[in-house]
Design a protein around this ligand. Structure first.
Ligand SMILES: *Cc1c(COP(=O)(O)O)cnc(C)c1O
Length: 397
């Protein structure tokens, strides 16, 4: 009973389609300008897909750079043998600086004062400098050229890259396009001023998924793609309109624990929210909000696929289970499989569908998929921090 992905499919699980991942990598690579490579965003456990599994697969596909949100995420990749550059996009507390150096990770300089903190750690650290060109989240403000130049002078900082983040590249309005252009211009102005001061910038990057799709000419040396790599955009409408072919990588499935007959007038679930208006058959499906399925899909808002039929979730979704109305569907029995995200027969439910019903974006649905879901097994490689660093050395250009 070892399945395709060679893991035991028990209560509730994630399946990953490597062919779809490869397809997305190839499709996105085809959009890259010359001298640009993918730097997949594998933060938040690779948007719920499983960071080690996905990164191993990406390493096999020749991906040599990754970005994550936290230093622990970066260290976790190294401990599982992931090669290449790993950029920490977010804040790292000084108590965790040793992890940067031990695992050969690259830290984002989130502003000029943080650069001083990194420099005082005393060991030489690899960094990318982030410029705030208008999002007003992380990054040193674009006008503060003196402060930005100072970052390049610190003895202990090995500046290997400089980047900014677009915050309106998903919007089609003329104002948003204008704003995005102004962000890019501000970024290039900073680079020009640095060059004049004798600080040539190594690798540059600007775009994430929407940026790459809408402004491929801004992709410079890296495209930090997340959601598109996983085969969709944030919303269903955008995914349908997107003229690039992307294939969803992830499916979520769960077991039917048992099937139960309700008599007309009987209720089910917490708060007795579902009342059978006629004799009804329900399936108890072994997945709930504790696994990351939004509770807002309760009471007929969301659906699952059983035997190829799209059927409503009834009553309130529980932490560990949910109820599905299977009236009129023949032969459903305990042990059968319900598809929460994925395909069955001619029907499909995507993370974008769940997002729309739950009032959020696919990124949130995916990144909150729970720890409890069983996942494809990963093969562990021999690893010590030392040999990893040595193996890594030739990869960064
Ligand atoms: C998460 C993140 C990305 C990836 O974003 P997608 O929209 O999923 O492609 C890129 N850059 C930064 C700074 C991020 O935080």
């Amino acid at each position: 009973m070892i399945g395709e992905n060679s893991f035991w499919k028990g209560r509730a699980w994630i399946e990953l389609d490597k062919t779809a991942l490869r397809h997305n990598v190839e499709t996105l690579r085809a959009l890259l300008p010359k001298d640009c490579e993918l730097m997949p965003a594998v933060k938040a456990n690779a948007y719920g897909h499983g960071a080690v599994y996905v990164s191993q697969e990406l390493n096999r596909l020749g991906v040599k750079a990754f970005c994550v949100a936290t230093v622990q995420e970066g260290a976790g990749l190294r401990k599982n043998g992931i090669l290449g550059d790993i950029l920490i996009l977010g804040y790292t507390h000084p108590k965790d600086f040793p992890l940067l150096d031990r695992h050969g990770l690259t830290q984002t300089v989130i502003d000029s004062s943080y650069a001083g903190t990194l420099n005082r750690y005393g060991k030489r650290l690899r960094v990318h400098v982030k410029i705030d060109t208008g999002m007003h989240r992380l990054g040193e403000r674009k006008e503060r050229i003196e402060e930005i130049s100072r970052i390049f002078r610190y003895q202990n900082l090995k500046v290997e890259g400089i980047f900014t983040h677009l915050c309106a590249s998903d919007q089609a309005s003329p104002e948003s396009k204008e704003f995005t252009r102004s962000q890019a211009k501000a970024f290039y102005d900073v680079i020009e001023q640095l060059r004049r001061r004798g600080f040539p910038c190594p690798r540059k990057h600007i775009v994430s998924s929407y940026g790459l799709l809408n402004y491929p000419e801004l992709a410079e040396n890296y495209a930090r793609v997340g959601i598109a790599l996983y085969g969709m955009l944030s919303t269903r409408g955008e995914t349908e309109l997107c003229n690039v072919s992307l294939k969803p990588v992830l499916s979520v499935k769960a077991r039917i624990a048992l099937v139960k007959d309700l008599l007309q007038g009987e209720a089910a679930g917490y708060g007795l929210q579902f009342v059978a208006s006629q004799d009804t058959k329900i399936a108890v499906v072994t997945i709930g909000y504790g696994d990351g399925i939004p509770r807002s899909l309760s009471c007929g808002t969301g659906n699952v696929l059983i035997h190829g039929y799209k059927l409503p979730i009834v009553g309130h979704i529980c932490m560990d289970q949910m109820l599905v109305d299977i009236s009129g569907i023949p032969d459903v029995k305990a042990g059968d499989i319900a598809v929460i995200i994925g395909r069955a027969g001619t029907e499909t439910i995507t993370a974008c569908d769940l997002a729309e019903q739950a009032g959020t974006i696919a990124n949130e649905i995916l990144s909150r998929l729970g720890e409890r879901l069983e996942r494809p097994k990963i093969l562990l490689k021999e690893y010590t921090p030392k040999n990893m660093l040595k193996k890594n050395a030739p990869i960064s250009k």
